[in-house]
Design a binder for this molecule. Sequence first.
Ligand SMILES: [Zn+2]
Length: 266
Amino acid sequence: MKLIDIHAHLEDSRFKKDLNEVIKRAKKVGITTIINSGVNPETNRKTLKLSTEYDIIKCSFGIYPIDALVNEIKYNEGDFLRKIKPFSIHEELNWIEKHKNNCVAIGEVGLDYNWPEFTKHKEKQIKVFEETIALAKKIDKPLIIHSRKAELDAIKVLEKHQCKKVVMHCFNGKKSLIKRCVENGWFLSVPPVITRLEHFKMLVEVVPLKQLLTETDAPYLSPVAGTKNESANITFTIKEIAKIKNINEEKIAEQIFNNAKGLFNL
Ligand SMILES: [Zn+2]
């Protein structure tokens, strides 16, 4: 069975000690590709480095909506902001464009309205999001979208720019918004946390198999609460999708693999 993890953060310090083992376990269950998403200058470069060290890792470069506010929000306003150095959005977009041949997607990008401090800067978030969309179109790469508590706005911005190659990652919007994504021809990627969240079971029911992808968002969204997620856990997601769609796991895996192959040009 060929499996795919279209969204992970293996450059995270939580993988510092066991990344070799994590990759081995992924290969053992049949993972052929892991798309690692950078979210700021530091993680974009770490992602690039990982792709040179592990043939299974492909790059996605992005500017996370929260990190895009690094020049707007001060660190001491809360612990939700990772400690990253201030950076120029335009310089980073230029870096990504220069490395377009090293990446298969633009992401993680999008909008995040999870805290009042973020919604204060909606305009700035949308501006950066639109700039990343423009770049993705220019270099003809799919977008991997983060839309926490901002699902409708993210959809509206993507529709405004007539984006076609889109993956809604870990999409938490309601059923009508899921359907809207499907009608737009976009993909929705399902994390292993589906084992314990009804929302993703509903999502899998609503979305045609041809528009589903699998991701881990590792180290987050683990199938088992309190544990570190990793790419090998894609097997949990495949099992759940097979149960819901009432199709055998091999066929589910094959279709999802082909979905990813087509979208990311793998
Ligand atoms: Zn992520």
